[in-house]
Design a binder for this molecule. Structure first.
Ligand SMILES: *Cc1c(COP(=O)(O)O)cnc(C)c1O
Length: 360
């Protein structure tokens, strides 16, 4: 780093590295099963008539259709540039740099800690128990935290967090912290969504996205659901025109009755494909399924996971190594793809196992 750049840079940023997103890790490849994207793309119409104008800060059609979809009031919805922007806005709005802390429960989604670190906000960790349930006593023993991030279904373990555990955390922190339940994969889970309980808890915040079940990762559109007070506070920090007009138009179409019906069909199909993929993986020598998957990905343990990963990458099959995560040594996560992609993944794993002579 050049001297000027280093001398000017915010001190807390100097040791940080950019997030190794699925897209940054690999540039080649043909089968993208590493970012939990949907294998299904849909057609959308764009009307460019008003592209000379700045877009609405919070496009009404999108806010209204998402409120209807999630069963909340329109003043409880904030549209953001992906759920990732929601995470960052929450930290910038409710944490003071150099002073406040967030709490995360690893193994979990990486962006909570990264966003906190870039904002010079402390990251407290209370790992999940060995069965990936919440360590509620450990969490409630923590003081001086402003935000708690709980991911359910959790990425990358796919486990749903018990509602009773989240209730205890919400009650314990009722007067001291916001509890953020990240429901990026809620469409794949037949459990109850937290949106229905927003009116019960003043400190509940929910994150949602169009990137996973809705098949619109390229759109960058997410939602924060919370009390009107919390949403109005986030509005102080959000950029003046965060949602580009084409994004608003496509999101409104995706959230139409027709769009939602299509997603429901795709989710049913992906859940069946996931069950099949899991059953197939479980039969392979040396593979053990990990977690209790209620999302569009599978997680499995394989002793020689580095070599398997390298072999898959060589063959253009990209999945994600989770070995660096707490309690997930030698675990790989694969997104559920379409029939062809899943079959290719299984056949490459078979080739690898045969070459290496792995025994069960
Ligand atoms: C993918 C993902 C997100 C990010 O969603 P975007 O809307 O694409 O920013 C947030 N949380 C979890 C748990 C995710 O897996």
């Amino acid at each position: 780093m050049n001297k000027l750049v280093k001398s000017l840079m915010n001190d807390n940023l100097i040791p940080l590295k950019p997030y190794e997103s699925a897209r940054r890790l690999f540039s080649g490849g043909q089968d993208w099963l590493n970012a939990n994207e949907s294998p299904y793309a849909s057609d959308y119409q764009i009307d460019s008539e008003n592209f000379n104008r700045y877009p609405s800060c919070q496009p009404t059609a999108v806010v209204e259709s998402y409120a209807r979809y999630a069963g909340v009031h329109t003043d409880q919805v904030l549209v953001t540039r992906g759920a990732d922007e929601g995470i960052e806005l929450l930290i910038r709005t409710f944490c003071t740099p150099g002073k406040s802390n967030v709490l995360i429960c690893p193994p979990t989604y990486g962006m909570y800690a990264i966003s906190a670190e870039t904002c010079d906000v402390g990251v407290r960790q209370v790992p999940l128990n060995d069965d990936f349930s919440l360590d509620v006593d450990g969490i409630c023993a923590q003081q001086d935290v402003n935000l708690l991030f709980i991911c359910s279904p959790n990425n990358p373990t796919g486990t749903r967090v018990a509602a009773a555990d989240i209730e205890r955390v919400l009650s314990h922190f009722a007067d001291s912290a916001l509890v953020v339940v990240d429901e990026a994969y809620i469409e794949f889970d037949d459990g109850d969504a937290w949106a229905a309980r927003l009116d019960e808890f003043d400190n509940l915040v929910i994150l949602r996205t169009l990137s996973k079940a809705f098949g619109l990762a390229g759109l960058r559109c997410g939602f924060t659901l919370a009390s009107g007070d919390i949403i109005r506070s986030l509005m102080k920090v959000i950029a003046p025109y965060p949602i580009p007009e084409p994004v608003a138009q496509i999101a409104a179409q995706a959230l139409s009755d027709e769009g939602v019906t299509r997603v429901n069909v795709q989710v049913k199909k992906l859940n069946l494909l996931r069950n099949t993929l899991q059953e197939e993986l479980a039969q392979r020598a040396g593979i053990t399924l990990v977690g209790d998957i209620t999302a569009n990905f599978v997680l499995f343990h394989f002793a020689d996971c580095e070599a398997l990963m390298a072999f898959l990458v060589e063959n253009g099959m990209l999945i994600r190594n989770q070995s660096k995560q707490h309690n997930l040594q030698n675990c790989l996560r694969a997104t559920v793809g379409n029939e062809d992609q899943n079959a290719r993944l299984l056949s490459l794993i078979d080739q690898f196992i045969e070459q290496k002579g792995v025994s069960a």
